[in-house]
Structure formats: structure tokens, C-alpha cells
Design a protein around this ligand. Structure first.
Ligand SMILES: Nc1ncnc2c1ncn2[C@@H]1O[C@H](COP(=O)(O)OP(=O)(O)OP(=O)(O)O)[C@@H](O)[C@H]1O
Ligand SMILES: [Mg+2]
Length: 195
């Protein structure tokens, strides 16, 4: 099975994928798209404002798609997996985290403020979910809410979804009701009021 784990940075892709790689049967080869970018230098520049790589997406897409045609069982993790289609994918799991909790998790990374805000906003606006639904067949795109859980609990839930290959009936992720209680939009809102 080709399983894709995607989601905004900090939603727990790497943590969950490492746990899943130990428990999945048969064994799945774990591939991190971030590692692939570094290994094959699939970037054109590094943004000095936040040290992030400007990734060459066609190159990354080609590198991962070359791998998936020869490997039967693979677990691919990376936020960039939502930006294009991996045609061999059987299941795309979009990890979600309440933006307030995501802010706390990313706060531990010492990101510059603008990078932290961008990622929290991306999650609040369903960025990875919407792109995954655009780029992959909708029936293989599942969401998994990691809010208020440990990585171990989330990995167990992911394992259940993978085994069942059945979409949960409830649509459980919707941050829009909380948009105005988020730190980032609230700051924008206040600024506009001052004009
Ligand atoms: N329910 C949860 N599921 C996954 N990770 C969690 C959970 N709760 C807390 N965490 C913690 O959040 C952090 C998530 O970091 P991780 O590196 O896995 O994110 P990521 O999605 O791979 O980010 P990036 O896209 O930057 O690589 C880890 O320190 C992890 O232990
Ligand atoms: Mg990661």
C-alpha cells in the first residue's frame, strides 16, 4: 500500500510516521519528502528570512513518483505531498491540529514570527486539506485530528484508518468557528480597526 501523510508543519507527520513505520504490517518503507529534498538538492534557493528552502516541486514529484512505481509498500510523509499528485497513492491522510495547539507546538521550534503565523493561518484555512482534495481522488483523502492527543494515540488512530480504509462518517475538522479566537486573525482584526 502507498500511504501519504500530509498536513501543515507541526501537525505531527514525522512523529506519527515513525511510530507507524514500526507497527505497520507488512513493513512499509518510510520516505520523508523533506529528506528527499535535502538528499537530491531539490531546491533552488534558501529564503534568508526564515531559512526555508524554495523547493523545486516538479523535481520532487518526479523523484517520489519514480520510487512509488517500484516499491509496493511505502509510507510517505511531508507537507509538500499535498501540492501535487502521487498517482500510486492508495490513501492520503491529512493531519489536522487546532490552530491554537499548533501555535504552541510550533512555538517550541523558534520559528520567526511570520513563519509561525503563516503556518497557523494555513491550518485555520484548511490549506493542506483543500489542496489534497484538489490533487488526489477525494475518496482516498482522509482527515485525522491530532488535537489534545499524544503522538502515540494519533498513530493508533492512523493505524485504524489505514486498516479499515473507510472514511469516518463525521466531518470533525472545522476551525472556522474559532477563527476570531485565534491569535493571528485577532491581531489583523485589531490593526484594521485602528485605521
Ligand atoms: N497528537 C500528536 N500527534 C503528533 N505529534 C504530536 C501530537 N501531540 C504533540 N505532538 C508533537 O508535535 C510535534 C510535531 O512535530 P513533527 O516534527 O512530527 O511535525 P511535522 O508535521 O513532521 O512538521 P514538519 O512539516 O515541519 O516536518 C512533535 O514534537 C510531536 O511529539
Ligand atoms: Mg516532519
Amino acid at each position: 500500500m502507498i500511504i501519504v501523510l500530509t498536513g501543515v508543519p507541526g501537525t505531527g507527520k514525522t512523529a506519527i510516521a515513525q511510530l507507524l513505520a514500526k507497527s505497520l504490517k507488512p513493513k512499509h518503507q518510510l520516505v520523508s519528502l523533506n529528506d528527499l529534498v535535502k538528499k537530491h538538492k531539490l531546491y533552488s534557493a534558501i529564503d534568508p528570512s526564515d531559512n526555508s528552502k524554495i523547493v523545486h516541486l516538479p523535481g520532487l514529484k518526479s523523484a517520489i513518483n519514480t520510487m512509488t512505481v517500484t516499491v509496493t509498500n511505502m509510507l510517505i510523509e511531508g507537507h509538500l505531498a499535498c501540492e501535487f499528485c502521487i498517482p500510486e497513492a492508495d490513501l492520503v491522510l491529512v493531519l489536522r491540529t487546532n490552530p491554537n495547539e499548533l501555535r504552541e507546538r510550533l512555538g517550541k521550534r523558534k520559528y520567526p514570527k511570520h513563519k509561525l503565523n503563516e503556518n497557523v493561518m494555513a491550518e485555520a484555512l484548511d490549506y493542506c486539506l483543500l489542496l489534497s482534495q484538489k490533487n488526489y481522488p477525494e475518496k482516498i483523502v482522509f482527515e485525522l485530528d491530532t488535537t489534545g492527543k499524544s503522538a502515540v494515540q494519533s498513530a493508533k488512530e492512523a493505524q485504524k484508518l489505514i486498516t479499515a480504509k473507510k472514511k469516518p462518517k463525521k466531518k470533525f475538522v472545522n476551525w472556522s468557528e474559532q477563527l476570531f479566537s485565534l491569535t493571528v486573525p485577532l491581531q489583523l482584526h485589531k490593526k484594521e480597526n485602528k485605521k
